[in-house]
Write a protein that binds this ligand. Structure first.
Ligand SMILES: NC(=O)C1=CN([C@@H]2O[C@H](COP(=O)(O)OP(=O)(O)OC[C@H]3O[C@@H](n4cnc5c(N)ncnc54)[C@H](O)[C@@H]3O)[C@@H](O)[C@H]2O)C=CC1
Ligand SMILES: O=C(O)[C@@H]1CCC=N1
Length: 274
């Protein structure tokens, strides 16, 4: 991929994951800058990654060809209005936004001249190169802009393009927030392991192996449906059947469906709120 000057606005959970992802893929450190208003955080980010760091967002984007907005949606208005009044020509920059529930239209409205925008919904496994990201290009994004965004997120895992902003809200529900769903399930199982008397260490090790093994089974058996993999565990008259019966009696499918809809609805609400 092309190594252009890239500035991350925000270096929290997701910003750090992307920075680590691109550095691991060989992006030159000297071309990467991060900006947050907090000097201590910037020092830590500089020390951890060896990249440039500033506490002034406007200064940080002056020489950037690419700006990645990695702040909470609540901070977006403040940051973008700073940019708008800075006198910097944003028509020359590509802005990649990872902010949940913030539309490309809203971003363009706040920064005059800015048209080259790609909206992205990543997830935190980007940190270890196993991310999943959805991408949506605003009308003003060029083919080269789209390629850069795809390559950037490609350094951190898999990518998929969607053809609407709603598609990004769907991705938020399906993969952006999804690591937390699986972590919650593991937390519930860890609680039971503790109740059975396992040490925290043994319980964690067991759960790590179960989720890793299950994920790898899905990946390695492309000729089988996920239902078939489940059925292969479920002996007739056996133990698994009883566990699955409890999930089904509580209508797990409906619980999952409602949870994912709630996630998407919140993204839609945020697009009106911020
Ligand atoms: N955490 C996740 O799993 C995912 C998060 N996102 C999106 O990524 C964005 C960031 O989320 P997190 O990293 O989880 O949040 P976070 O709270 O961990 O990080 C936010 C970062 O923004 C910085 N910041 C705060 N005010 C600022 C300002 N005025 N100017 C510059 N930087 C400022 C903070 O110091 C921090 O470095 C959000 O918009 C979220 O919707 C998207 C996908 C997944
Ligand atoms: O919870 C959130 O709002 C962000 C977006 C997707 C994952 N975390």
């Amino acid at each position: 991929m092309q190594h252009q000057n890239i500035t991350f606005i925000g270096g929290g959970n997701m910003g750090k994951s992307l920075i680590k992802g691109i550095l691991n893929a060989g992006y030159p450190k000297e071309k990467v800058t991060v900006s947050t208003p907090f000097a201590e955080e910037i020092n830590t980010l500089k020390q951890t990654f060896g990249i440039n760091g500033l506490t002034d967002n406007v200064e940080a984007v002056k020489n950037a060809e690419i700006v990645v907005m990695a702040v909470k949606p609540q901070m977006m208005h403040d940051v973008l209005t700073q940019f708008a009044s800075s006198g910097i020509d944003f028509s020359k920059k590509l802005l990649i936004s990872i902010m949940a529930g913030v539309t490309t239209g809203r971003i363009a409205e706040l920064v005059p001249g800015l048209t080259r925008i790609v909206r992205v919904m990543p997830n935190t496994p980007a940190l270890i190169g196993l991310g999943m990201a959805g991408l949506f290009p605003a009308a003003g994004a060029s083919e080269a802009d789209k390629k850069f965004a795809e390559d950037l997120l490609g350094c951190c895992g898999k990518t998929v393009w969607v053809d609407s902003e709603e598609g990004i809200d769907n991705i938020t529900s399906l993969s952006g927030s999804a690591p937390a769903y699986f972590f919650l399930f593991l937390e519930c199982m860890a609680n039971k392991a503790a109740e059975y008397g396992f040490s925290e260490k043994d319980a964690r090790s067991m759960l790590e192996q179960v989720i890793l093994g299950s994920a790898q089974m899905v990946i390695n058996n492309q000729d089988k449906s996920i239902a078939q993999l489940r059925e292969a565990v479920t002996s007739k008259g056996g133990t698994t059947y009883e566990a699955l019966k409890v999930f089904n009696e509580s209508n797990l499918n409906d619980i999952v469906s409602r949870a994912l809809d709630a996630c998407k609805k919140r993204a839609e609400e945020m697009s009106k709120q911020f």
